[in-house]
Design a protein around this ligand. Sequence first.
Ligand code: PLP
Length: 397
Amino acid sequence: MLDEVIALDRKYYMNTFGDRLPVCFTDGSGMKLIADNGKEYYDYLGGIAVNALGHGHPRFIGALKNQLDKIIHTSSLYYIENQAKLAKKLVESTCADKVFFANSGAEANEGAFKLAKIYFYKKGIEKNEIITLDKSFHGRTLATVAATGQEKYQKPYKPLTPGFIQVEPNNYEAMEAAVTDKTAAIMIELIQGESGVHPMDEEYVQKLRRLCDEKGILLIFDEVQTGIGRTGHLFAHQMYGVYPDIFTAAKALGGGIPIGAVCATAEVASAFEPGDHGTTFGGNPFATAAGLAVLNILEDENLIENANKMGTFFKEKLLKLQSKHSDKITEIRSAGLLIGIELKTEIAKAVFNKLFNDGFLTSLCGGNTIRIAPPLIINKLDIELFVSELDTVLKEI
Ligand SMILES: *Cc1c(COP(=O)(O)O)cnc(C)c1O
């Protein structure tokens, strides 16, 4: 089947992903994915931080099936029970007072930009610029590309949406210098995922909060990758103890069903009045049933606590491995179960490929970092298995 799919993909699908990894999964259970040829893979990437519950989680699948039997979509013209309940759940567990649902991370970030802009517009204050960071990743729509501090994503699409500038991460002076009386918001990822798992310093984030308060600027955290338990906290900002005016979520929120969320304080959210923003699919009964099931299961199975414990265990094991292979592993960076294993650049691609060929799914990001973002159901045996595999690979390379 794989060859047939590759041929169809080459012929009919836009070539945005080039040559993908040569595998086509047809089944999955827990940490495992099964390819069409029967080969088993261990999923340490979780669909890029999406499959928080792993694959085929019985209670999650049950909740989805139950919802499918009832209703999938109605529209934002009508009240939606699951949407209201999911919003309540997010509000009750965070600093947000109000929520809006979109369909993806990029779209949630678009909603955050619009909210930041309209907040000042409605006050009659001319603030419409947003400062983001170099090496950030905020999505693939035009505005989120303008916010993404990576030239490779921006270059073909110039002129970009105006009003976005980037500064060096973890450099408070650079941020302070970039702020003007036109600055509406500062938006950061607390841990930059896509560019190789780079956490922001606690002091830097605290200072940004203070700067925003002093200058009347909104602080936005893009928690699309770091949210929903990934770091051992429901949201990474709870780990930092720094509270934003707006934050976004997506990836793991639907456990694989597309959904994004814009979450904000009551004061900021009140800028959105009827007609100011909208969506056809966002927060529909099916997607919000998925979100509710994900949050309920995380809670009932103590999976956020598990992410915390397993993240610590994983890091300890990796640090030991680093001291053994100090010529090959250059740095371990992590927060909970978002882990970056930085390798000597010349071996990174080969290590990644060998892991893949041996049935261990990870991603290579920032050119030299193996990113691990496994399902939050991961256990010690799964971690030991990965670490011993990586040990073997590093010995051979
Ligand atoms: C993945 C990601 C996005 C984009 O999400 P999509 O659902 O692909 O639009 C935005 N921000 C961060 C931090 C991400 O990791």
